[in-house]
Write a protein of this length. Structure first.
Length: 335
């Protein structure tokens, strides 16, 4: 693996990569490398144990929670969202199901529409970020967005869908969503450095996220909710991400049949040259499974092949920093 490490180091130096790269096979770490600064003002370097935001990588954890509630009989894939939401969010149609929300085929309007254009440095939240702390708080931004298309007719990536899933999960599961993730994902997987945190109460070892603003070390603290929910906002380490993959495919989070259902392709997404299951991206061919996140001051990709037990993860505390390294690893590693 020395050649892989050398290639990673070369790309990291050339692009000014700030983050951590990990390659594991069968639970054995073959490459781990940290580059750049976790805190530019203090001059603190990133380390292999640094925590980073994973943005939409959180969606895979949300899907595990929801499928766990399905396994427990508290929800079903064909449960209508309206059955749990009651009078909240009336623009979500009566025929929208839990499965469609998981698969991004619900057609509901999106509070954080990634197809709307704009720049990663834009301030896109319609309320002050400190007002978005608990999942119920997101009701104030989820409402008022008309449906884009009839549910089940096509794929359209939807952040709102995963916050709605978090609402459904905590109402069906009888506990706050953040607690459900801790209890049903992080605890069983041994992800001791992973969780949701308030951006104004950062835990030890968390990398500050930086925006691509020339001549400034501007952070992302005003661009993201003070605490994330079902669509994003968790922080983790590369070791914990690998622990998640091992636990998921070892049956410690869900039975094998449920996991197979999650990673079965539901949609072809030609524009991304990928497919989508329930909470996970999938390549056009082959058994690999992908978690990915992109947001202000966050870029993250982790790829796992359950057939070969090969996992590689790239995470950065800049908006685009992970992509050059991830592209090169994708070229070098057959998953």
């Amino acid at each position: 693996m020395d050649a892989i490490a050398d290639e990673v180091d070369e790309v990291a130096r050339r692009t000014g990569f700030s983050g951590v790269v990990s390659v594991e096979r069968g639970g054995t770490v073959e490459v781990v490398a940290a580059h750049g600064l976790a805190d530019r003002a203090a001059g603190l370097p990133n380390t292999p144990g640094t925590r980073f935001g994973i943005a939409s990588g959180t969606k895979g954890m949300t899907a595990v929670v929801v499928l766990g509630l399905v396994e427990d009989g508290l929800l079903a894939l064909d449960t209508p969202a309206r059955q749990v939401l009651g009078a909240d969010l009336p623009l979500i149609g009566a025929d929208v199901t839990v499965e469609q929300l998981l698969a991004h085929t619900s057609g509901i309007g999106d509070y954080y529409d990634e197809d709307a254009g704009g720049d990663i440095t834009d301030y896109v939240l319609p309320v002050p970020v400190h007002e978005l702390l608990d999942t119920e708080d997101y009701l104030k931004v989820l409402g008022g967005h008309p449906a884009k298309f009839a549910p089940g007719t096509r794929f359209c990536y939807c952040n709102s869908g995963y916050v709605v899933l978090a609402l459904i999960a905590e109402r069906a599961g009888g506990a706050p969503f953040h607690d459900l993730v801790g209890r049903r994902v992080c605890g069983p997987a041994g992800m001791t450095a992973t969780g949701f945190h308030r951006s104004d109460e950062p835990p030890a070892g968390l990398a500050t996220g930086y925006l691509p603003v020339p001549g400034a070390d501007r952070t992302n603290v005003l661009h993201l909710p003070v605490r994330g929910s079902g669509d994003g906002g968790m922080s983790s380490t590369v070791a914990d991400v690998s622990a998640f993959w091992r636990a998921l495919f070892a049956g410690r989070l869900l039975p094998a049949a449920r996991v197979a259902e999650m990673v079965r392709p539901r949609s072809d997404v030609p524009g991304e040259q990928r497919r989508y299951g329930l909470g996970f991206w999938l390549p056009e061919t082959g058994p690999a499974v992908i978690l990915e996140g992109y947001d202000a001051g966050v870029s993250f990709r982790s790829v796992h092949n359950p057939a070969t037990a090969l996992t590689w993860t790239v995470v950065s505390n800049t908006s685009d920093g992970a992509w050059p390294v991830a592209r090169r690893l994708g070229e070098l590693l057959t998953v």
